[in-house]
Design a protein around this ligand. Structure first.
Ligand SMILES: [Zn+2]
Length: 591
C-alpha cells in the first residue's frame, strides 16, 4: 500500500514508517523538520527520523527501554526498537498491547530481525566487494596479456628487421662478388682456377699479392728476438709461423715466403743462437710450413735468401755464394715454386745471390732494400736493376727499409733503367708498413725510433689502398709487404685491386669494402662513417702532441769495408758500447 503523508500526520505510527520507501521517509523528515543527511542508507535514515519524531513527541518512547538498568543504546539500536510494529502513535493515545512478557519477546524478535538484516547487508557488501576485486584482477590480467602480446610482436618485428638487414648485407656482398667475377665459375673467396707459376701469372698480366714481413710480426708476438732477428721459430714454435702464414693467405697473399730471413749459417752462428739448431733444420721446417699453408689456398711457395754478415765482413765471393748454395739445397729438396733474393744493400752481393739461385732453374726474383739514392756504394736503382736482370733475375724490385711511396718511386727508377737498357723484367715491391719520409739512404734502420718505437708511423689500411693503386699504376704486378705489415694491410691491397684481380680474399668476409660493416654499428655517428670518401681522405691524428712528426736520422755513413761492420760472434761489450756512443754523438753533430 502506498504511503500517504497526510495519513501519517493524522495518525503517526512506527509501523507506517516500516512500509515507507526512502523517498517517503525524507518527506516525513521534511514535514517535521528532522535533519537527515543525504548520505544515510535507508535504515539509518529511518532510525534518525524516528529519534527526531520521538524527541518532538510525535512518537512515544516505549517504557520498556526507559526502565532502570537498561544500557544506553545507539541511535540505530533505538531505531530498531522503534521499528517494531507493536508501538502505536501518541496521538492515538493507545498504550502497548499484550503483557510485559509479550512485549519483551516481540522486542527480542525485532532485534533478531534487525541483526539478520544487518548480516544480510554485510554479506551483500562483501559479495559486491569480492566481485569488484575479481573484476579488477581480470582487468589487470587482461592488460598483462595485452602487454605480453605487444612485447612478442615487437620482438618479432626486431628479428624481422635483423633478418632483412642480414639479407641486405649478404646480397650486397654477393653483388660485389658477382661484379668482380662476372660469369666466371671462380669462387670469389676460394682458390683461383689458375695454378701457374709466378712467371706465367705475371706474363698473363695477373696481379700477384705477396705477404708481410715475418721477422717484425713474430717479434711482436714473442717468437723472434729483435737484434739477431733469426727465424729459429720455424723449429721452436712452428704453430706461430703456420698461423701467420694462414692469416696472410686468408688476407689474399698468393705467395708464402719461407721464413728463412737471416737463416744462413753465418748469421745463425754469430747471433748467439744458444739452441744450436742447425740452419738446415730451420730452413727445412720453414719450407714445410710454407708449403702446408700454401696448399690450403691459391698460393705459391717462395724460398728466400738475404744479405749475409759474411759479405759485410768482406768475405770472398766464393765464401758468400757457398752460404746461399747451402740454403738453396734445402729449397730444391723441398721443391719450392720460385726463389727470392731480398734485402740487399749492396748490388754486388745481390748479383752473387741471383747467380747462385739462377743455377737451380727456378724463377728468381731479386729485391734491393735501397731508396732512390741507390745502394750503399752509390749504385743507382736503375743500374742495380739492370745488373740483377743480367745476373738472371726475372723479377726485380725493392723490399723493406722504406715506406711504400719511396719504394714504389725506387722501383719506377729501376724500371726506367731496365727499359733504357732494352731488357725485360717483371717488377715487385714489398715495402715497410711505416711512413719514412725523413729517412736517409739506409732507411728506417737509421731512424732513432728503430726498432722499438716505430708504431706511430704505421700505415692505416686506407694508406695501403693508396699504395696498392700507386704500385699498380707504376706497372708493378707483384705487390706485397715487409716489416710492419700485418694481414689486414695485405687484405687492404687485395680489396683495392679487387676489380683487377676479380677476386676478394676470404678475410674480406669480415670487412666489407671501405668500412661498409659500420652500417651495423650501434652508434649512428659511427654508422655515418660507412663510406669510402670518409676513410679515403681521413688525416688520422697520432695522439702524441709532444712528439714531432718527423725525426732526424743518424747518418753513420758506414758500410761494407768499415771496421764497425766487421761481424763478430760475441755480444758487444760495455766498453764497445761507450765507443759507439761517442760515434753516435759525432754522427748527430754532423747530421
Ligand atoms: Zn723488412
Amino acid at each position: 500500500m502506498a504511503f500517504v503523508l497526510e495519513q501519517f500526520v493524522a495518525s503517526p505510527t512506527v509501523g507506517q514508517l516500516d512500509c515507507c520507501r526512502k523517498v517517503d521517509l525524507r518527506l516525513v523528515a521534511d514535514h517535521y523538520h528532522v535533519s537527515v543527511s543525504s548520505a544515510l542508507v535507508k535504515s539509518e535514515l529511518k532510525a534518525t527520523l524516528i529519534t527526531g519524531l520521538v524527541e518532538q513527541g510525535v512518537l512515544r518512547r516505549p517504557t520498556l527501554v526507559e526502565s532502570p538498568g537498561t544500557m544506553v543504546q545507539s541511535a540505530t539500536e533505538q531505531a530498531n526498537i522503534f521499528t517494531t510494529p507493536q508501538f502505536d502513535s501518541v496521538s492515538a493515545g493507545s498504550s502497548p498491547t499484550g503483557s510485559k512478557l509479550d512485549a519483551r519477546v516481540k522486542v527480542r524478535m525485532a532485534i533478531l530481525q534487525c541483526e539478520r538484516e544487518e548480516r544480510e547487508r554485510e554479506f551483500q557488501l562483501r559479495r559486491e566487494l569480492e566481485i569488484r576485486k575479481q573484476e579488477q584482477e581480470l582487468e589487470i590480467r587482461k592488460q598483462e596479456l595485452e602487454l605480453e602480446i605487444r612485447k612478442q610482436e615487437l620482438e618479432l618485428e626486431i628479428r624481422k628487421q635483423e633478418l632483412e638487414a642480414d639479407t641486405a648485407v649478404r646480397m650486397r656482398q654477393l653483388e660485389l662478388q658477382a661484379a668482380v667475377v662476372g660469369d666466371s665459375a671462380v669462387t670469389p673467396s676460394g682458390p683461383a682456377a689458375s695454378f701457374d707459376g709466378i712467371i706465367e701469372r705475371l706474363n698473363a698480366g695477373e696481379v700477384v699479392i705477396g705477404d708481410g714481413g715475418f721477422v717484425f710480426a713474430l717479434e711482436k708476438r714473442g717468437y723472434v728476438m729483435a737484434g739477431p732477428w733469426t727465424p729459429e721459430a720455424t723449429v721452436t714454435h712452428p704453430e706461430a709461423v703456420r698461423q701467420l702464414h694462414r692469416e696472410f693467405l686468408r688476407a689474399g697473399s698468393n705467395v708464402m715466403q719461407t721464413f728463412t730471413f737471416y737463416a744462413s749459417d753465418d748469421k745463425l752462428e754469430n747471433r748467439g743462437q744458444s739452441l744450436k739448431i742447425a740452419g738446415t733444420q730451420i730452413n727445412e721446417a720453414a719450407c714445410d710450413l710454407a708449403r702446408e699453408v700454401a696448399s690450403e689456398g691459391d698460393a705459391m711457395v717462395a724460398g728466400g735468401v738475404c744479405q749475409t754478415p759474411s759479405y759485410l765482413s768482406c768475405k770472398s765471393e766464393i765464401e758468400v755464394k757457398a752460404i746461399f748454395k747451402k740454403q738453396l739445397e734445402v729449397f730444391l729438396k723441398k721443391n719450392v715454386d720460385f726463389l727470392i733474393a731480398e734485402y740487399f744493400e749492396h748490388v754486388e752481393e745481390a748479383e752473387w745471390a741471383v747467380q747462385v739461385l739462377k743455377a737451380s732453374g727456378k724463377p728468381v726474383a731479386a729485391c734491393m732494400c735501397i731508396g732512390p739514392d741507390g745502394d750503399m756504394h752509390g749504385v743507382s736503382p736503375g743500374e742495380c736493376a739492370v745488373r740483377l736482370v743480367k745476373a738472371g733475375a726475372q723479377i726485380v724490385g725493392i723490399n723493406c727499409h722504406f715506406d711504400p711511396e719511396t719504394c714504389v718511386k725506387t722501383v719506377k727508377l729501376m724500371k726506367e733503367g731496365v727499359e733504357k737498357a732494352q731488357l725485360k723484367a717483371h717488377y715487385m715491391v714489398q715495402p715497410l708498413a711505416f711512413h719514412t719520409p725523413d729517412c736517409s739512404c739506409q732507411g728506417f734502420i737509421d731512424l732513432r725510433e728503430f726498432p722499438f718505437a716505430l708504431e706511430p708511423r704505421i700505415l692505416t689500411r686506407w694508406d695501403m689502398h693508396a699504395y696498392a693503386r700507386e704500385a699498380y699504376k707504376a706497372g708493378i704486378r707483384f705487390i706485397g709487404g715487409c716489416c710492419g705489415f700485418e694481414p689486414y694491410h695485405i687484405r687492404a691491397i687485395a680489396e683495392e685491386l679487387t676489380t683487377e684481380r676479380r677476386i676478394l680474399p676470404p678475410a674480406s668476409e669480415k670487412h666489407g669494402m671501405w668500412g661498409s660493416g659500420l652500417e651495423m654499428h650501434t652508434k649512428p655517428w659511427v654508422r655515418a662513417r660507412a663510406r669510402r670518401d670518409y676513410w679515403e681522405h681521413i688525416a688520422p691524428a697520432s695522439g702524441r702532441p709532444k712528439c714531432p712528426s718527423l725525426s732526424t736520422p743518424e747518418g753513420w755513413g758506414v758500410t761494407k769495408g768499415h771496421t764497425e761492420l766487421m761481424q763478430q760472434k760475441e755480444a758487444t761489450s760495455s766498453q764497445e758500447i761507450k765507443h759507439l756512443m761517442e760515434m753516435q754523438k759525432k754522427a748527430k753533430s754532423s747530421a
